[in-house]
Design a protein around this ligand. Sequence first.
Ligand SMILES: O=P(O)(O)OC[C@H]1O[C@H](O)[C@H](O)[C@@H](O)[C@@H]1O
Length: 285
Amino acid sequence: MTASESQGVERGTAYGFDAWLVTSPHATAAISIFGGQVLSYRPTGADDVLWVSPLAATPPTPIRGGIPVCWPYFGKENQTGDVPSHGYARTATWQVVDSEVLADDVTQVRLAPLGLERLTLRLELTVRVGATLEIGVRTTNLSDEPAVLTEALHNYLRVSDATDVHVEGLSGKSYEDKFDDLQVKTQDGDWRLPDDVPRSDRLYPDAGGTYRLVDPGRGRTIRVTGDRARTAVVWNPGADVASGMADVGPHWREFVCVETANAGPDLITVAAGATVEMWQTIALE
Ligand SMILES: O=P(O)(O)OC[C@H]1O[C@H](O)[C@H](O)[C@@H](O)[C@@H]1O
């Protein structure tokens, strides 16, 4: 970065991870060099909107928290062989392409992963830190064949207690229940963790695009908006599954993931030479 390009961006650490620290008059944020994921977003005067596990492992294990970029596939969708969950971006080392201050004092950083040249898809991330947090995932297909892509911005949203919050914007939508053999069910009212077995791994194809995570315990609502992201995934592993996850354990109540994605049946076909984008905006209400 040149001096002018680096305005509002400096190196430091966040939650113990090497990161780029991004400032604007509206908010601060941190972006991990490992994984390129936003780790922290704090609107001025507010607590962090994002959660990073106190038990997060160190590289090369993916960081449990922030907003991992699942790319060029979600989970192990449409893959063969022993591939890593959620693709290669979240375990790559990233570099800053450039940064600048946009209108309304929004600081924008563009980043790209290193070491993924073997892929014919290219990835670029845009992070805009201001009164809202905007993240754009831009994929270019360098090959002369169409490519199938699945992807997600897998946010970990910090909550008072996952059993006390609800998500608006999904009522009436069909979902695949990944905790119940992918059975297709219908969301009846707002999303809440079930009382009997409090866990959720629900993939909502063709979802609406705007979701409100209402947290009475913290007295705040986090609005998540997807753009060109047809899928929503709402994930919290609950106590039993979390007890088998070394980087979550007893901390499962501290977050809910309201992911915007193109996944499940919502595959993206990227034409030869074409570029596609997916965006997520996070705002405190
Ligand atoms: O443990 P990870 O690979 O980070 O995945 C964490 C979770 O991500 C998504 O929410 C998937 O829908 C879940 O099935 C998965 O368990």
